[in-house]
Write a protein that binds this ligand. Sequence first.
Ligand code: SF4
Length: 416
Amino acid sequence: MNIYEDKFHASIQNSFFHKLSQSEQEFIRSRAYMYRFSHQEIRQIIDIARDLEMWNEKNIIEIFPEHSQKKVVFSRLKKAYEELRNKPNSYKDFELKNQRDEQKFTFKTEAKEGFGLGLCPVASEKTRCCNLLTLDAVESCGFDCSYCSIQSFYNQDTITFDSSFAQKLQNLKLDKNRTYHIGTGQSSDSLLWGNREGILDALFDFARQNPNVILEFKTKSDNVKYFLENSVPKNILCTWSLNTPTIILNEEHLSASLEKRIRAARIVADKGVKIGFHFHPIVEYENYLKEYKGVYTRLLKEFQPDEVALVSFGTLTFIKPVIKQLRERDFRSKITQMPLVDANGKSSYPHDIKVEMFRHAYESFAPWHKEVFFYLCMESHEMWSEAFGYQYSTNNDFERAMLGAYTKKLEMEFLI
Ligand code: SF4
């Protein structure tokens, strides 16, 4: 091997090169030899090729510019890639590939160290945050949402239950003179597993023992059997993460359809349980506002504001491990095909796109503004005033407003 071959060989180690098609590999190798690309340039070309495949766009061979000068070729290639990344996505001709179409997991029950109760894992002082406490009842999730960061924390094929979960909950000593908001839908879906390993028994008992706790179950499932068969303590909230049919079909694999989620929410609300809806992530694509409007309008028609405690909005924010994990998978997703800018150390949409989607969402729920609590999740302080027309000066103010609204809706005493 000559010197450059050695260099090329070294550059493709631990990259996605071998995940590319044979023809793409041969093409990149030939162009690298022709232009003597640097280590960094070779890595970027491989990532570009990987993204184009994942986005179901033209491949690297089709967009690769021809010119005698390496510098011109590389800058034109980056430009072509950025243009594809920044154009509004269309799922019209999008073909899914290798997405998970059935739930195949190993269930594991073991005594876990410690207790998964803590501040929301994505909370930050850099964003306006509600100080939610999250409780990890189960580790890893059975759904396969392409944008989800859980996949970068846990092994996706093993669902782990803590054999001492119920005991730890019983032993949990909280301040009786304070209202808490605890959510169980971060490390896994709250309802997908039903009462497996007695987790819902334990959580409902915990809610009964701690009437000062607002316990939120967040789900993308329609598995509400336990709620229908058991009396539900009034300090329990059941909330659905919703999205448009286009995003559910193409990016929220294995989860319940929009129809099933809304029907499940309707059934639970009919039982007098207070519910809520999370639109997180709102995803930008061709005509997205029209499709989201359809979902917002449907909720206004099918639910009464006194049944609904909250509606929240949020959007895509990526940490590097998730982008790497997505490139590692042999499937199709358009979720990273978006104009990405820095958002407090993570990557997200540019400011103006966020203002557009959040203002549109909030204004679409105008009839509920006085009776339902609306919030932005993980967004900058300024985004509130631009999208909602008001903002909280601190995270504690935000939390107080949220707890005040929830306790009123749940007819609980608000203890601060
Ligand atoms: S606003 Fe969102 S990210 Fe922040 S603490 Fe609340 S749930 Fe977590």
